[in-house]
Design a protein around this ligand. Structure first.
Ligand code: SF4
Length: 336
């Protein structure tokens, strides 16, 4: 029987509870037609959601499928299966006009700031461009560009300078300004601080956190370094060969990892203190996890089995399903 507080299954979630983004059973195969069907999936059944104001960290080694997921969300990669829903609307195969209608709501910051900043254009015109495309007058666009530069910690006069006149960290601040100038709801940050030195990384991460809290932004924060993800994310999804190995609250995943691969990622994460780094190196070696150069496993079973020190025959025969262990979802037969 229905009560005043019950929610019918078909009723939309209350605005605050509706995820900004929902990725469900996402599959991406490269290529088209029969070639794609025969290829191993680059992303294989990945699901997660992002609430307004929330940061979800997507972490994994190179080739784990994390950037492919970011591209699929941004409409830059064809999806083979599953769905991507933005504010309740299916955008899995959104065409150019549907993407245009989303306007500046979905934006991105990439590792290389030069990918979003034309070196021949002044910083002001790079920042104004997305606004001008949406019909904002030149005078207002310039004003907003100056305001945004100030907000990311650069002088207003930077509007008349060129990207080459700034350091790598400053250029990344300009990229952040360009991504946020249209007031997006969701920003995909793909290795956004990976090319920066540790102290500049910390500054840009603090800036991203402040902007998120100020504007209620959702972030999908993609990185190979779990410590960087841990700084910003409330939830973490760990990927290996396109599959989710572990996901859950950031503290649970990073401080008490349950999956052998997550443990190896945590132990491999660089820290600025040499003594702690040595302890981590020792911990990593004692895990017995083989390096990433291991052979590609046949389809089926656990994708991590060729590197896992705990692998058994069962791991080759049966793909482990995600199950809840100590507050996280873990895809390992033996996690406890
Ligand atoms: S399922 Fe087996 S191979 Fe995979 S992580 Fe667990 S123990 Fe290792």
């Amino acid at each position: 029987m229905s009560t005043a507080t019950s929610v019918r299954p078909e009723a939309p979630l209350p605005a605050a509870a509706q995820p900004l983004l929902e990725v469900k059973d996402l599959v991406v195969r490269y290529g088209r037609g029969r070639k794609a069907a025969a290829a191993p999936a680059a992303v294989d059944g990945v699901s997660f959601s992002i609430a307004p104001g929330e940061t979800v960290g997507l972490v994994g080694e190179s080739g784990s499928g994390k950037s492919t997921i970011g591209k699929a969300i941004l409409g830059l990669q064809r999806v083979s299966g599953g769905s991507i829903t933005y504010k309740g609307k299916d955008i899995t195969s959104a065409g150019a006009s549907q993407r245009r209608a989303l306007g500046g709501e979905l934006r991105a910051v990439f590792q290389d700031p030069n990918s979003s900043l034309n070196p021949r254009n002044s910083v002001g015109s790079s920042l104004a461009e997305p606004l001008r495309l949406r019909g904002v007058s030149a005078a207002e666009a310039r004003q907003r560009a100056e305001d945004m530069l100030e907000r990311v910690g650069l002088p207003r006069e930077a509007v008349d300078r060129y990207p080459s006149q700034f350091s790598g960290g400053q250029r990344q601040r300009i990229s952040v300004a360009r991504a946020l100038i249209c007031d997006p709801n969701l920003v995909v940050c793909d290795e956004a601080v990976s090319a920066l030195d540790l102290s500049t990384q910390a500054q840009v991460l603090n800036l991203l956190a402040d902007l998120r809290d100020e504007r209620g932004l959702g972030y999908l924060f993609i990185a190979h370094d779990i410590a960087v993800v841990q700084f910003l994310a409330q939830r973490v999804v760990v990927l290996y060969r396109g599959q989710v190995m572990e996901s859950g609250p950031a503290a649970a995943v990073t401080e008490n990892p349950k999956h052998p691969f997550t443990r190896a990622l945590v132990a491999a994460s660089p820290v600025p203190r040499p003594a702690e780094q040595a302890a981590r190196r020792q911990a990593r070696e004692s895990l017995g996890v083989r390096t990433g150069a291991a052979a590609v496993p046949r389809p089926g079973g656990c994708p991590f089995r060729l590197r896992c020190p705990l692998a058994t025959d069962r791991c080759a025969a049966e793909r482990p399903a995600l199950r809840t262990v100590g507050g996280s979802d873990v895809a390992c037969h033996y996690a406890s």
